[in-house]
Design a protein around this ligand. Sequence first.
Ligand SMILES: Nc1nc(=O)c2c([nH]1)NC[C@@H]1CN(c3ccc(C(=O)N[C@@H](CCC(=O)O)C(=O)O)cc3)CN21
Ligand SMILES: CC(C)C(=O)C(=O)O
Ligand SMILES: [Mg+2]
Length: 276
Amino acid sequence: MARLTIPEIQAKKGKEPIVALTAYDVISARLAEEAGVELILIGDSAAMVVLGHEDTLPITMEEMLIFSRAVARGARKALLVGDMPFLSYQTGPPEAILNAGRFLKEGGCQAVKIEGGEEVSEIVNAVVKAGIPVLGHIGLTPQRASALGGYKVQGRDLDSARKLMRDAEALISAGVFALILECVPSELARRITEKVPVPTIGIGAGPHTDGQILVFHDVVGLWPRFKPKFVRTYAEVSKEILRAVSTYAEDVKQRRFPGPEESFRISEEVLRALDS
Ligand SMILES: Nc1nc(=O)c2c([nH]1)NC[C@@H]1CN(c3ccc(C(=O)N[C@@H](CCC(=O)O)C(=O)O)cc3)CN21
Ligand SMILES: CC(C)C(=O)C(=O)O
Ligand SMILES: [Mg+2]
């Protein structure tokens, strides 16, 4: 079966919700796709949930490309989007195009995501003009968390709600194929969704967006550090892993593992010859 295309994703607007999820490795990508995920984002959240950094800022292009290639080996139907890391695009169009292009040339992705609104619209436009599809991302943009005062809901007062509407319009003019809305009040997300011609994909943006995205580790219960209000945890995978590995450790200590079924044998004849 062929990979979902950007026009196919766009055609879902107003028809059926788009299912998106992050993934960072071959197993999570394969499972996500088998479960029906249509768009996989190789998120810079890997900095936190895979590499253990405090925030998303430290992750590099080289690291993002390693995760992208792993995901590409596991997913052949979902649209793959590489999340451009901090300082890989902010310096201007030439560097942005070169780094975005690497996600396609080396990362096995079909598109990239860039955080920010009006401030980055020229850069987004340059990347789109180079033939690299861009997924926009406005509202809470974690690479700017310090400037925004933390991981906070955006667009609650009139000025910031207006700013978000302008950001959406600027990105549409710049040519994004879809738009992520993160941590935005539901009614504002609804207005943006009705106003823009491309799909909106929400994370903490309520039920009216054209699709939803969450972080893989949040969905399966593998991220104990914090639980944003917008997360629904569908499994307790950490607990299951802890149970399995604890039992393994105890079995080794108690000499219950390995047993005969988990061990290899040699013939008596060879053994006798060896001992003589
Ligand atoms: N595991 C994980 N899940 C994510 O969704 C995620 C990451 N990591 N890392 C990068 C960013 C950081 N994100 C976050 C992190 C925390 C909140 C949070 O706790 N927000 C408050 C809202 C506070 C307010 O009312 O303004 C909340 O209660 O949800 C939101 C988004 C989203 N992204
Ligand atoms: C949560 C999504 C939108 C993201 O940017 C990430 O995982 O890095
Ligand atoms: Mg991100």
